[in-house]
Write a protein that binds this ligand. Structure first.
Ligand code: NAG
Ligand code: NAG
Ligand code: NAG
Ligand code: NAG
Ligand code: NAG
Ligand code: NAG
Length: 482
């Protein structure tokens, strides 16, 4: 999730050049259907995303330029720009850097002490289709990481589809990020001063897909890959009903800016579905953010959840630690419900909420004991911006429909090996959706990112280091565009 500044950015957060070698490129793509040109819009495109457990993120292999250059990007539902690191970026020079100490921010980020280059970089000078737009590109994410450079246009190949003249960012300097990001959110959340058609918009306007929509299947924590399906749903990747929930507008701009939905209930349930403890204090607006490793809930809810699972929260680490054996506890699961009592309810097994050292979490001092039997807990806390990251998203099959302004959710069918794809056609609703949840108004303190704007300057130093880091970096005046 990115932050939008409303005042001049002073100094940046301490620079830390993460070091990471290349991920194993897995870019099996298969366009489904071979319809004649006029019916192209009923086609869907699948992009495999690699779950890099040790780096905590989901990477897609895409290619940019002419001739095509392969790139690893983190797939992010919490932002809207696609960008790459320039091969001559200072961030990618082979030099050593010191390590930071927190995990759970942007997926994949992990600081290490070593000399290395970036995961992948774009050599724009060898692309014949590269065009410099000479338009400033400056993005910062809620964990304080960010990049600077300019926008350019070039050809992008993703999921076997080729998009020409796509506007993208080229990073010349980077704070902590050593890989590019593909943001697939609403155009209105772009970092650019003047909005432009992003990947999802171009997929649609070039007639590749019938609706601005995609489905995300992350599969379980142990699986090495998941997939993004542009323009359709895969009926074999979920169980039970697919139920839609309305996306909420950001009241500060009276427009849709992110995948913000109402979380109406969080409870622990036993294997027969009986509620064990209900942690809900009020309905809260939450962002479905694949670019975030952990799930950030309001303090009161998170604290009550920590109590149930004997989790010890560490302010300095920004997450709670639990006994690793909690992963084997199958008599309880956390259930997240959206919208009214008819809304989708997703069960997250404890095995999905216990992260070993190495699963994107850099354990260190203050992680609550750091004993060998200590693991990171998938739920953490926040004072103002609530994010459902990968620890929640893996358990849900989610269809993001930017045209219908809905997200449809169902229980994920882990380890599904078959596929049954249905395209989302123009003007139609998401296929297989059994119902749409009754709208529930989120508590006033969470319903708008405008509130976050006013609160940002006074973020408590006791929560979410990546948020306070971000707030500190911009002298406290930020708008959180969640
Ligand atoms: C994860 O990324 C690291 C750093 O790029 C790489 O060394 C490792 O092989 C990757 N692991 C997987 C499972 O892709
Ligand atoms: C692109 O334009 C920006 C802004 O005008 C400039 O700083 C940058 O050096 C240019 N890059 C290339 C490769 O021309
Ligand atoms: C509202 O958001 C949509 C989708 O991102 C965007 O296309 C449109 O320009 C925005 N409208 C305004 C007034 O900003
Ligand atoms: C899915 O497969 C992985 C191995 O890739 C295994 O560890 C995991 O337990 C399986 N999950 C389920 C729910 O069967
Ligand atoms: C938990 O409590 C909230 C608020 O009272 C309620 O709306 C929700 O239905 C409850 N959840 C469950 C699973 O019973
Ligand atoms: C938490 O600790 C208490 C007291 O030691 C124990 O009874 C309980 O079973 C623990 N809960 C879990 C989920 O491990």
């Amino acid at each position: 999730m990115r932050i939008e500044h409303v005042s001049a950015l002073a100094a940046c957060a301490p620079a830390a050049v993460a070091a990471a070698a290349g991920v194993v490129p897995v870019s099996i793509t298969h366009a489904r259907g071979s319809h004649p040109l006029r019916k192209r819009a009923t086609t869907t495109y699948t992009q495999v995303i690699t779950n890099n457990i040790s780096y905590g993120g989901y990477y897609a292999t895409v290619s940019v330029g002419t001739p095509a250059q392969s790139q690893q990007v983190v797939f992010d539902t919490g932002s809207s720009d696609t960008w790459f690191l320039a091969s001559d970026s200072s961030a990618c020079a082979a030099e050593s850097s010191s390590s930071g100490g927190f995990g759970g921010g942007r997926g994949g980020r992990r600081r290490r002490q070593s000399s290395s280059t970036c995961l992948s970089t774009f050599d724009y000078s060898s692309s014949s289709t590269f065009k410099n737009l000479s338009k400033a590109f400056d993005i910062e994410y809620v964990d304080g990481s960010g990049v600077d450079g300019y926008y350019f246009t070039d050809t992008l190949s993703v999921a076997g589809a080729s998009i020409s003249t796509l506007e993208m960012g080229l990073a010349e300097t980077s704070n902590s990020l050593t890989y590019g990001i593909m943001g697939v959110g609403f155009e209105s959340d772009e970092a650019a001063a003047t909005l432009y058609p992003n990947v999802i918009d171009k997929f649609y306007s070039e007639g590749l897909i019938g609706s601005r929509a995609f489905s995300l299947y992350l599969d379980d924590l142990q699986s090495s890959s998941g997939s993004i399906l542009f323009g359709g749903i895969d009926e074999d990747k979920f169980t039970g009903d697919l139920i839609a929930v309305p996306i909420i507008k950001d009241s500060s701009v009276n427009n849709y800016t992110s995948f913000l939905v109402t979380l109406s209930s969080v409870a622990s349930i036993t294997s027969d579905g009986t509620v064990s403890t209900n942690y809900t204090t009020s309905a809260e607006a939450v962002v479905l953010d694949s670019g975030t490793t952990l799930t950030y809930l309001p303090e009161t809810m998170a604290t009550a959840i920590f109590d149930t699972f004997n989790a010890t929260y560490s302010e300095s680490a920004g997450y709670a630690s639990v006994d690793c054996s909690l992963a084997d506890e199958s008599s309880l699961a956390l259930q997240f419900q959206f919208g009214g009592s008819d809304g989708p309810a997703i069960k997250v097994p404890l095995s999905e909420l216990v992260l070993q050292d190495g699963s994107g979490m850099s354990f260190g001092e203050g992680a609550g004991g750091a004993a060998e039997s200590t693991c990171a807990f998938g739920v953490s806390m926040s004072s103002s911006t609530f994010l459902l990251g990968d620890t929640f998203l893996r358990s849900a099959y989610a269809v993001y429909d930017l045209d219908a302004k809905q997200v449809a959710l169902a229980q994920s069918n882990f380890n599904s090996t078959s596929s049954s794809v249905v395209a989302i056609t123009s003007g139609s609703s998401i296929p297989d959706v059994s119902s749409t949840a009754t709208a529930v108004v989120a508590s006033s303190s969470s319903g708008s990112t405008g509130d976050a704007k006013h609160n940002a300057g006074s973020l408590s130093m006791t929560v979410m280091p990546w948020l306070t880091l971000a707030a500190g970096a911009v002298a406290g005046v930020v708008v959180l565009v969640v």
